[in-house]
Ligand binder design. Structure first.
Ligand SMILES: Cc1ncc(COP(=O)(O)O)c(C=O)c1O
Length: 450
């Protein structure tokens, strides 16, 4: 018998978030894909790797270095220090981020209201840490929601209350009801987190009129909105994109969370937060919420790697600070893949098209899917619960990976849906993955019918 492994600590004596499904979810999904490396992955929400270019990274670094010297007038030793030494907590590409938001989103931002973070994930953590002031604070989040948000909330002991998403992206009646219910229970809803553009995982977007109504409600209910926007640039049609909530925000209700993971490089691990809310300090001095977030950041990551920031800064500079311009190839690849996936689902489930009345036909079990206007994700609804055991079987016996939608709900109720991602695959891989998924679904339906 193997000797028992020595144990020094129990997870029960560590922070209660450890062991919580919100924190173990990403590890579990990574483990499954590592265990079945030959499986086609329609699970990963990673950007398409074929566009990664190591030589471009060197060029971006040089471009940003030249910008420091030529445009900002830094002496060579100053520029070297800025890139290689410990640095400003709020970051060194904040002015370029402000320019990018002006160029691509029509948002006017004071660079001093920007904190450059280690990915958007750190930005979420900083905001939640700041907002969680006491045990009666709660966070509202449109469900289903990004698991990274739920995990970050757990780590700062901030309960997450789900708000119905629905076809409009956020159910405003439910949002108002949840705010009032929380307040009636003596709780303080600090903010509502949502992704207005091609949400992860639902793929749903909020239209402009509804965005305006949401902002009105936020003012009426004295609520902050945390707008997370990693996928907004990847719209499939050629029409205008709806304005971000932040672009419509005249009352400083919106804290805007940005990520360069999908628009530049995930490996740089750079994101940011725009937090222009005015905060009164104990001495009566007023400054942006960004300064408070920077204070927290100084105790978490000190500052975001200036080398990584320089790579992002260089890419911005080389594209006139437009990520729209920098991502034309990426947008068309994701659009092509999204259309290919939706067409592939329609072909593979011809008797079960995306028609609401099909579900009423008893001999035709409803397999349905969303048809998002952009982003990375399609949600497939099936007439049986989709759990981790089914994913494991899918990977082992059918060679295809996807994400159970249950991972995006903060409860244990069974969920009859799975998320497919089109971002890290080719059309050929989509075909293979869908053939395998169709086989799994058909077998599962047959097994359950028999
Ligand atoms: C909705 C959402 N927010 C935030 C992130 C994390 O972004 P980052 O890689 O910049 O930390 C992701 C990553 O997939 C995401 O889907």
């Amino acid at each position: 018998m193997a000797a028992a492994e020595p144990v020094d600590l129990s997870v029960a004596d560590l922070h209660p978030a450890l062991g919580d499904p919100a924190l173990t979810s990403m590890n579990f999904l990574n483990e499954v894909s590592e265990r079945y490396p030959a499986a086609v992955s329609l699970a990963a929400g990673r950007p398409y790797e074929e566009f990664f270019d190591l030589t471009a990274v060197h060029r971006h670094l040089d471009t940003f270095h030249r910008h420091l010297v030529d445009d900002l007038g830094h002496r060579p030793e100053q520029a070297r220090r800025l890139l290689l030494q410990y640095g400003r907590t709020k970051g060194i590409v904040h002015h370029l981020i402000a320019r990018n938001l002006a160029v691509d989103e029509g948002i006017t931002v004071d660079p001093e209201d920007v904190v450059v973070t280690v990915g958007c994930q750190e930005a979420m953590f900083l905001v939640l840490r700041a907002l969680r002031a006491g045990p009666t604070d709660v966070l509202l989040a449109v469900a289903p929601t990004y698991v990274g948000l739920t995990g970050a909330a757990r780590l700062v002991d901030l309960p997450v209350w789900p708000v119905a998403g629905g076809p409009a992206g956020v159910d405003l009646a439910d949002l108002a009801a949840q705010v009032r219910r929380a307040r009636a229970a003596g709780l303080r809803p600090r903010a509502c987190y949502l992704m207005p553009d091609f949400a992860n995982p639902s793929g749903v977007s909020i239209d402009t009129a509804h965005r305006r109504r949401l902002l009105d409600l936020a003012v009426q209910e004295d609520l902050l909105l945390l707008e997370d926007n990693p996928y907004g640039l990847f719209h499939s049609d050629d029409g205008p994109r709806p304005p971000t909530l932040k672009a419509l925000d005249t009352e400083r209700r919106v804290v805007y969370l940005g990520s360069f993971a999908k628009t530049v490089l995930p490996g740089a691990r750079v994101g940011y937060v725009v937090a222009d809310q005015r905060v009164a300090g104990p001495d009566g001095r007023v400054g942006p919420l960004a300064d408070q977030l920077a204070m927290i950041k100084s105790m978490v990551t000190v500052n975001t790697s200036p080398i990584a920031q320089a790579v992002i800064g260089g890419r911005l500079l080389e594209n006139g600070c437009s990520l729209v311009a920098a991502n034309t190839r990426e947008r068309s690849a994701y659009t092509r893949n999204l259309r290919h996936l939706v067409a592939g689902l329609t072909r593979r489930f011809p008797a079960l098209p995306d028609q609401p009345d099909q579900s009423a036909l008893p001999d035709r079990p409803a397999v349905r899917w969303t048809v998002p206007a952009g982003g990375f994700f399609v949600v497939v609804t099936v007439p049986f619960p989709v759990d981790d055991a089914l994913l494991d079987r899918s990977a082992r016996d059918y060679g295809v990976l996807w994400t159970p939608m249950a991972h995006f709900y903060d409860d244990t109720a069974p969920v009859h849906a799975l998320r497919l991602s089109v971002s890290a695959v080719t059309p050929e891989q989509i075909d293979v993955g869908l053939d395998r998924l169709a086989a799994l679904i058909t077998d599962e339906l047959t097994r359950r019918a028999g």
